[in-house]
Design a protein around this ligand. Sequence first.
Ligand SMILES: NCc1[nH]cc(CCC(=O)O)c1CC(=O)O
Ligand SMILES: [Mg+2]
Length: 343
Amino acid sequence: MSNNRPGPEIADSFDLGLVHRPRRNRKSEWARRLVRENVLTTNDLIWPMFVAAGDNLRTPVASMPGVDRQSVDQIVRSAVEAAELGIPAIALFPYTDNALKDAEGSEALNPDNLVCQAARAIKKEVPDVGVIIDAALDPYTSHGHDGVIADGRILNDETVARLVRQSVIQAEAGADVIAPSDMMDGRVGAIRDGLDAAGFQDVQIMSYAAKYASAFYGPFRDAVGSGALLVGDKRTYQMDPANGDEALREVALDVEEGADMIMVKPGMPYLDVLHRVKKEFGMPTFAYQVSGEYAMIEGAARNGWLDGDKAMLESLLAFKRAGADGVLTYFAPRVARKLRGAG
Ligand SMILES: NCc1[nH]cc(CCC(=O)O)c1CC(=O)O
Ligand SMILES: [Mg+2]
């Protein structure tokens, strides 16, 4: 040292007298594996897909790099891929031509609409892959809202009546699970009654029970073509991001009304809600890693700012740690390949 002032003595090592050294259990890969508390498996994955009109068509969604809208024949191929990869279920969302949209979302009630066509085709080709279809009007309405509107208000009960019909039509097309994503009050019970009355006692309901009015749905709205149309926002039906206790009350109602599975959405910004919901109800509980979360990770990865594979796996494992039984994620096929060791 050029400094000639006497400095403090720094010992090379000293005895801290530690009883507990948590690092012992992290000292090698085998030790880390031995004490690992949570694990992500292919059984945890639900793969959301966008169905579009046409034949042999795949159109990239600009704000979701790596995700395409697919025509029905391509969706069937992806469903086959899901089966081969061991992904238990897929979720279908339609990209509806603007010409088919109206204020009431009538196309939702067309038994030959895109999601119904896709469900029928998938069930014919790969019956063992679970098919989940949203019950909500927003991909079909000219204003982009999940319900019917009068005097600028989203009407609850009138919307629920339509969701019941939509659910039955989707079940007739082969949907194994109906996933109400609209956040109208009372829709789970009404859909349950409607499905039962139509003979679909075994069709499950996965309720978007605690769904927040979130900025993270932006890319999805591009993908289904509702973003540019949306008038205003969804804060009169989707939840206020400031609220946690309210999520428990929303979930309690959906469980009471007969939901078989519940969902918290978005995912990563709401891990606390996910954890509380799983703890409180012990229900099969799912997280939706939404389009904006996917875009953040994938966008950063493609810019070289993040290790994409590592961020993907870490983000999904976090859902398991927080209590999720499964995750809807656009990463599903990539994770499944990774978990299988095929990169
Ligand atoms: N009600 C439709 C619906 N179903 C799933 C999502 C979002 C999924 C995603 O962002 O990946 C939305 C959008 C919304 O409520 O505006
Ligand atoms: Mg509710």
